[in-house]
Design a protein around this ligand. Structure first.
Ligand SMILES: Cc1cc2nc3c(=O)[nH]c(=O)nc-3n(C[C@H](O)[C@H](O)[C@H](O)COP(=O)(O)O)c2cc1C
Length: 148
């Protein structure tokens, strides 16, 4: 069970979310890869069971580096993966909405978007950890269904 988490961030809020999502997934025994979008290696996606992509909202959009990454991976078969769009925001939700739309169009089975206002505090980080655990649970459920 492998989760790849890719994020863009300007002032580390979305990065904090990404790290907490990873913690939650690890507690469920998942193998994880956590990458800033600037350090991404697309080969790491080839054998993923789940993909979480995060971006903050800047000027009513996701970060251009995250958009470019999503377009660059369009030729990788991600269908059947579990997916999560996440990100920090101030007042609008364009980034996660668009990440969700793009990954859905690749056949990724998206969980509910995870949006945290500004800097996540302890409570919000716990919500992020739970989202990481939920990804693992979804994969386990899928494996049970496939085996049945
Ligand atoms: C120049 C600038 C533009 C922003 N534009 C938006 C926006 O359009 N919508 C929004 O919800 N938040 C906006 N924000 C707030 C950021 O999304 C928010 O600070 C977020 O926590 C940044 O996340 P990060 O630390 O991961 O970069 C903006 C912030 C700055 C500095």
């Amino acid at each position: 069970m492998k989760l790849v988490i890719i994020y863009g961030t300007g002032s580390h809020n979305t990065e904090r979310m990404a790290r907490a999502i990873e913690e939650g997934a690890k507690t469920e025994g998942m193998e994880t890869v956590l990458r800033n979008v600037n350090d991404v290696d697309r080969n790491e996606l080839q054998d993923a069971d789940a993909i979480a992509v995060g971006s903050p909202n800047y000027n009513h959009a996701m970060m251009p580096t995250v958009k470019k990454f999503l377009i660059d991976i369009s030729d990788i078969d991600l269908s059947g993966n579990v997916g999560l769009a996440f990100g920090s925001y101030g007042w609008s939700f364009e980034a996660t909405n668009t990440i969700n739309e793009i990954l859905s169009s690749y056949g990724v089975r998206m969980l509910e978007d995870l949006c945290i206002k500004r800097m996540p505090g302890d409570e919000e980080l716990e919500i992020c950890r739970n989202a990481g655990s939920k990804i693992a649970e979804e994969i386990k459920n899928k494996e049970v269904l496939c085996a049945a």
